[in-house]
Ligand binder design. Structure first.
Ligand code: XIL
Length: 369
């Protein structure tokens, strides 16, 4: 079937996916389909307008912003062609009681994405955090395994064809590169990682499956261990398609050899993605700090665009008004592209400028897959 027809068919069934087909029409091209002219849409080129084909620009989305703040919705739709649920798809929020699901928040995000031509990145299936309280560490391994499997299968099946990629496992490594001591590791042994990927793949064979972590952006010990883990998993036939680099960075600590690090993962045959970028500054935020921050945002975007296997670049929230940073990193804040009143910061200008400087791509999309 000609590529145009395939793309048209996907559009008809509402499948907004990252295009891995090098001949697919440019991702930036659907920016115009972001919806009718809405008041508040910036009267300038946006990030998604300028993003090269084959690479998504995404943001994590906050449920309250989405349901309560029209200006937030407008900017989210205008600037990004990818979206990640900041919290709505975490297990604790999805299944408050055994077998009782609360899908509304996640469904709203999927719907918003469909209306705005955005790809949904699913976050996250297996994590040591945000496990529902009813999952008891006192249960025997078989029971733990059964509920985990059921969770992965139910969620991935529900969103089959509507979520292009999943963080299947999140933060499975410790700082020293060993597997993190979690309920899953203690009860199920290291094989739970491979199992999770196999369950997710069985539930949606077309979804791209990622292993996601922090502290792995530069050439760290943890990054070395992650690379080794990915190689081992793939050698054993485990369907790991990609590695997510969270990228919660500090304005004064650029990662070491980001490009080289992304490249060595790409050489292992996987896609790479910047999944949760923010750049926190020590408060008070001064103009000088915000300039440094802008440089770092630019550096990460440039690195992603320099590596053909980099399929998406996602920020962890786009406005300081709703960022998780002040609540979790005492003394830090101002980590996002837009300020508290949704005005663009130097970091946003730096990304636009970086995108304008990119040489036009000759249809070479992300390599794997
Ligand atoms: C954070 C959210 O941003 C907060 O709103 C929530 O209270 C805690 O989780 N790594 C991850 C994300 O993978 O899920 C975390 O998100 C940030 C760190």
């Amino acid at each position: 079937m000609p590529v145009v027809l395939i793309a048209a068919a996907l559009a008809v069934v509402g499948l907004a996916r990252v295009r891995h087909n090098p001949e697919a029409p440019p991702a930036g091209g659907d920016a115009g389909a972001a919806g009718p002219a809405v008041s508040g849409v910036p009267d300038r080129q946006t990030l998604r307008d300028l993003m090269p084909p084959g690479v998504r620009i995404g943001s994590a989305v906050d449920g309250r912003g989405l349901s309560l703040d029209p200006a937030y919705r407008t900017l989210l739709g205008a600037e990004f062609n990818g979206i990640t649920a900041e919290n709505a798809m975490k297990w604790r929020n999805l299944e408050p009681a055994p077998g009782v699901h609360a899908w509304t928040g996640a469904d709203q995000i999927i719907e918003f994405a469909q209306q705005h031509g955005q790809a949904v990145y699913g976050h996250t299936l297996v994590w040591h955090s945000d496990v529902p309280k009813w999952v008891s560490p006192d249960w025997p391994p078989e029971r733990i395994r059964a509920v985990l499997r059921e969770h992965v299968t139910t969620v991935v099946s529900r969103y089959r064809g509507r979520v292009w990629g999943w963080d299947v496992v999140n933060e499975v490594l410790d700082e020293d590169g060993t597997l993190r001591d979690t309920l899953w590791l203690r009860k199920l042994g290291p094989g739970y990682v491979a199992d999770a990927f196999r369950w997710a793949h069985a539930a949606d064979p077309a979804a791209r499956l990622f292993i996601n972590d922090y502290g792995v952006e530069g050439r760290t010990r943890k990054a070395d261990a992650l690379l080794q883990l990915v190689r081992e998993l793939r050698r054993s036939g485990v369907p790991v398609d990609g590695v997510g680099f969270q990228s919660h960075l500090r304005w004064d600590q650029p990662p070491r050899d980001l490009v080289g690090n992304l490249r060595r993962f790409a050489q292992a045959g996987v896609s790479v993605a910047v999944t949760e970028l923010d750049v926190r500054v020590a408060l008070p935020a001064t103009p000088a700090k915000l300039e440094q921050q802008a440089k770092l945002y630019r550096q990460v975007l440039r690195a992603c665009l320099a590596v053909p296997a980099c399929v998406s670049f996602t920020v962890w929230g786009f406005t300081d008004a709703r960022s998780w940073i002040p609540g979790y990193h005492r003394g830090y804040g101002a980590a996002c592209l837009f300020d508290d009143s949704l005005a663009p910061k130097p970091a946003h200008a730096a990304l636009l400028d970086e995108l304008r400087r990119q040489p036009p791509r000759s249809g070479t999309g992300p390599s794997p897959g």
